[in-house]
Design a protein around this ligand. Structure first.
Ligand code: ARG
Length: 737
């Protein structure tokens, strides 16, 4: 036996380091492209058990979470975990729905929510659950409509028309939601046929001080102690078909649900993640990277950073404002920090340099043949030029775009239609436009905003804009109004606008509508700003649009060329398409990492870390008393590991991105061992280039999820419903000799 063990270990040492890691693969091709590899790494299921269109398979438990009845993409992923349609996803994925269900009196973000039975479950506004029925290659049909004489625009038009036609044909009169998407920059097309359930209900969620523990300070970082999960349920009509919300609907009986494993993770364990990654740019040129890092991201970081600062000031001292802006703030904060991380890590990990190396090899390969030179010779110079053109106008496009949406400026733009009609010659049109004003939902326009926050935001955004441009580049209202009439004092100017503008309050707006006059609008500072910013934006837009089209067209060619290049130079390399919010599978293993010289990060973290980070009353690091007590007493029930510790999160090498949030991470048996919820700081460049040494997925451990449900929330009704498994301990030791 010992010999056998040694032999087995030797084999493990040989294959144990097979690293798939990189790649978000289409499940349809698992057998051809990945299966052998996955099996070597520890997968125990058959290809048919993973993806089948004839029998139930693992893919049937994977759900795309959308915000519409016919979504074309998904903001997050969920997985079905019971025979009664119970669904797990991340806390930050349920966040928006939970906010909408909350009030200051019943603040489920702050206090959590646990339904004791079906009747207490709360219909989640706007959340839909899409199940993939099948996918198919439609490249031939789609590209069949493209002819050599078409330019890029004509080509896109023809393709869009064909996509509509095929989607309509596959919808079976609205029974399904078929979505066709381009892959490899429009070099391939696949159709995904979904069944969409629109009755989704909130079942359970812990306090944000568990589900968002660590807040934005810990976001995108390891070590992480966030219980990032929430629980929903999918409902269907009596026949199991999708149906709009009705009290007669019943819990969905799914084709497949994921069992949950209590076995936990060890280093090198096989892991796979299935879900709906939103977007990556793995084939982006060095020029695109430089444009993002030097021009585009800094603008967004500047604008979002200021918006967040203003929101933070009010949110942290007022519960009602905190709830009102919660979702908006979380989204901005997430992107803001992501872009800062990308700027830093794309440089630090020398991603642009790596792309230049590839581009040089590509150029050399292109120059080896006249045919290739004719097809691809101009691709890289075109991309270089187009990104330079974009960089030339980016500031004049994005700054006005954001500032024009702020407070009274943004609201005034809803009256542009009236203004145009009122200053035109057509009397009927003018009368009709005045009538339309009457129908506007004025209170709705101010709902979910706080006047104090908006007022401050307005002033701060005008300051930000002034700082971003030279004096002579600023729109007229800076010199003519702010400087001349308010001595450059933007706060005083903002106070004036809030006291006098038509668009500052519901009352002033209603008074205007009662007696509308184009002249009044002309004199209104908020409307003047809106018009002047729109003017700046309109001037920049054509050049930007043209450059953007050039980028798309040449990215298409570049990827076409790269695929030929790889086929020629590295015929054994399988290429995977960029993420585009379609179902993907990624496999890898549980691994630690070394983020810097002499620093070693473990692949698991424990509840002790919650005690270490805990700051009572803090906006980000507070934690519920009951949780702290359970941890202090080590009262973890069956969810502790063999040392009596509670694992909170763990790391794996799976290749994921935003949209994968909420995805199941599974062991070789297809059992749930956690939920993927984030990436790590050192590999924030990962959407552009996978970094095997550094890139990790951060997962919340299934045992922590169960611990919170069971020991913390006492929701034993849910524990009873789940399919929880623990494998018999392997008697390896007893068998030796
Ligand atoms: N970084 C996570 C993702 O993009 C979202 C985490 C949300 N949490 C937060 N503190 N904003 O999937």
């Amino acid at each position: 036996m010992k010999k056998l063990l040694v032999f087995a270990l030797a084999i493990l040492a040989m294959v144990g380091r097979v690293r798939a890691d990189e790649g978000m693969w289409l499940p349809m091709f698992v057998e051809r492209l990945n299966y052998v590899d996955m099996q070597k790494m520890g997968l125990q299921l058959t290809p048919e058990e993973l993806y089948s269109i004839n029998h139930s398979s693992l893919k049937d438990a994977i759900v795309g979470l959308g915000s519409e009845p016919k979504p074309r993409g998904f903001f997050c992923t969920g997985e079905i975990v019971s025979e009664k349609g119970l669904l797990f996803t991340n806390h930050h994925c349920g966040y928006s729905a939970i906010q909408k269900l909350s009030s200051v009196e019943h603040d489920y973000l702050k206090d959590g929510f646990w339904a004791k039975n079906f009747s207490e479950e709360l219909p989640a506004p706007e959340m839909t659950a899409s199940f993939l029925i099948r996918m198919e290659d439609v490249t031939k049909d789609i590209l069949g409509v493209v002819t050599d004489d078409m330019d890029w625009q004509a080509r896109n038009k023809a393709i869009s028309a064909k996509i509509k036609e095929l989607e309509n044909a596959a919808s079976e009169d609205g029974k399904y939601n078929p979505v066709i998407k381009g892959f490899f920059e429009g070099n391939e097309y696949y159709m995904f046929v979904y069944q969409v359930y629109t009755d989704v209900r909130l079942v359970g969620v812990a306090n944000s001080s568990i589900g968002k523990f660590g807040g934005d300070t810990d976001n995108w970082m390891w070590p992480r102690h966030t219980g990032d999960f929430s629980i929903f349920r999918v409902y269907a009509d009596k026949d199991g078909k999708p149906a709009a919300y009705s009290k007669d609907n019943v819990p969905l009986v799914p084709k497949h649900h994921l069992p949950i494993s209590l076995d936990g993770v060890k280093q090198d364990d096989f892991t796979m993640i299935w879900g709906f990654p939103g977007s990556t740019e793995r084939y982006m040129s060095s020029y695109g990277i430089d444009y993002n890092v030097d021009t585009f991201y800094p603008i967004i970081i500047d604008v979002f950073g200021k918006e967040l600062e203003v929101m933070d000031e009010f949110m942290q001292k007022d519960d009602a404002i905190n709830l009102m802006y919660a979702d908006n703030h979380a989204g901005l904060a997430n992107t803001w920090k992501n872009f800062i991380g990308q700027c830093t890590m794309l440089r630090k990990n020398k991603v642009s340099e790596a792309k230049v190396t590839l581009e040089n090899r590509f150029k050399q390969w292109v120059n080896e043949s006249t045919a290739r030179k004719a097809e691809y010779g101009e691709v890289l110079p075109n991309l270089k030029k187009a990104y330079e053109d974009m960089a030339g106008v980016a500031k004049s496009l994005f700054y006005p775009n954001f500032i024009a949406q702020v407070g009274p400026v943004g609201l005034s733009s809803a009256f542009t239609g009236y203004y145009m009609a009122a200053t035109g010659d057509d009397k009927d049109l003018k009368a009709a436009a005045a009538m339309e004003l009457q129908a506007m939902d004025i209170d709705g326009m101010f709902a979910e905003t706080n006047p104090q926050v908006e007022h401050k935001m307005f002033a701060e955004m005008l300051k930000l804009y002034r700082n971003a441009f030279k004096a002579e580049e600023l729109p007229e209202f800076y010199s003519k109004v702010i400087d001349k009439k308010f001595k450059g004092d933007i706060d005083a100017f903002a106070d004036y606008v809030y006291a006098n503008s038509i668009f500052a309050t519901p009352e002033s707006m209603k008074a205007f509508i009662a007696n509308p006059k184009a002249k009044k609008m002309e004199k209104d500072y908020a409307f003047q700003i809106s018009q002047q910013l729109t003017e700046v934006l309109m001037q920049a837009a054509p050049a930007y649009r043209k450059a953007n089209t050039t980028v798309q067209e040449n990215d298409h060619l570049f990827v076409k060329g790269l695929r030929e290049y790889y086929a020629d130079k590295q015929p054994n390399k399988s290429l995977y398409p960029d993420a585009n919010s379609t179902m993907r599978m990624s496999y890898g293993s549980v691994q630690d990492y070394m983020p810097a010289d002499a620093v070693h990060y473990d692949y698991v973290c424990t509840a002790n870390g919650i005690l270490e980070k805990y700051v009572p009353g803090d906006y980000e690091f507070d934690a519920p008393k009951h949780l702290i007590e359970l941890i202090e007493k080590k009262d973890f029930g069956p969810y502790a590991n063999e040392n009596g510790d509670l694992i909170v999160c763990f790391l794996s090498t799976n290749d994921i991105t935003g949209g994968n949030s909420g995805s199941p991470i599974m062991n070789g048996k297809g059992e749930l061992i956690g939920l993927a919820f984030d990436g790590n700081w050192e590999a924030m460049s990962g959407d552009v280039n996978f970094e095997p040494r550094l890139q990790r997925t951060i997962n919340v451990d299934a045992r922590y999820v169960l611990f919170i449900i069971d020991k913390y929330a006492g929701a034993t009704n849910l524990i009873d419903e789940l399919d929880i498994r623990k494998s018999e301990p392997q008697p390896i030791r007893e068998e030796e000799e």
